[in-house]
Write a protein that binds this ligand. Sequence first.
Ligand SMILES: Nc1ncnc2c1ncn2[C@@H]1O[C@H](COP(=O)(O)OP(=O)(O)OP(=O)(O)O)[C@@H](O)[C@H]1O
Length: 302
Amino acid sequence: MAIIEVDNLVKRYGDTTAVNGVSFAVEEGEIFGILGPNGAGKTTTVECVEGLRSPDSGTIRVGGLDPRRDEDKLRDLLGVQLQESQLPEKLQVGEAMELFSSFYREPADWRKLIESLHLTDKVGTQFRRLSGGQKQRLSIALALIGNPKLAVLDELTTGLDPQARRDAWDLIEDIRARGVTIVLVTHFMEEAERLCDRLAVIDAGRVVAIDSPAGLVSAVDDRQRIRFRPSAPIDHALLTALPEVTAVERAGSQLVVTGTGDLLLAVTTTLARNKVVAADLRVEQTSLDDAFVALTGRKIDN
Ligand SMILES: Nc1ncnc2c1ncn2[C@@H]1O[C@H](COP(=O)(O)OP(=O)(O)OP(=O)(O)O)[C@@H](O)[C@H]1O
């Protein structure tokens, strides 16, 4: 069942059309990614879903509610991660948790939440003294304090070092395991590929594709590339004659063979028959990066 339904959403700021007819549905229990370059309209879209902005046109339903009209009820359903600048510098972790608990009718046990986010020893620490990763974990704790069914996490891992980013990914998987549906706004391919069940690729205010990461990749291109150093010269025609092979190119001492299907088996069998050994052999699959370039015509700039 869809917990979020966005239909033909349009949002303008003056002359800028930030969101230009976006539609998607998020199913209960999934991690749904919104992936796109800077300025694509991701934040504006989720701010409309959160009821923080009024759409110019289109409809949004979150758990059957209209986010602008049913703001109070929405608060019980939806956990929103705060931006860093929204917390007072001198507020302590424990104080922030108390304060945010008071906003909800049935808050979660914040001490348990803090413990599961490895922040128990920071309860008496002021916000300004936390590391980047700790600040992010606190903002997640605050998003979960109302026991939401749905959490929106916007650019959660931007600015984190690689280890802290990986920790945040584990955390997101834990949250999902508790049954919380997650909308994850990101411009990191690796993050989208690793975490999201499905994702909407947004570019210039429009959805250009919605699918699983693997589905996006295979819809764009099911080609594979094999790279290796042949132990002896091989007639390229032997390889191009194979139905699996679409191209053979030389790159220095290496051969790069492109093709589809059981490419690896076909190529290695032919090489073996001709007594050629393939050294340093690597199979390169199309990545989500490649799919993104094919969909939007450019690379995402991280
Ligand atoms: N409050 C605002 N007033 C005017 N223009 C805005 C405002 N917020 C966003 N925009 C513009 O709307 C477009 C979409 O911005 P938005 O922040 O939704 O994109 P985004 O995909 O979230 O980008 P980023 O990854 O950089 O946060 C951009 O051109 C941006 O400059």
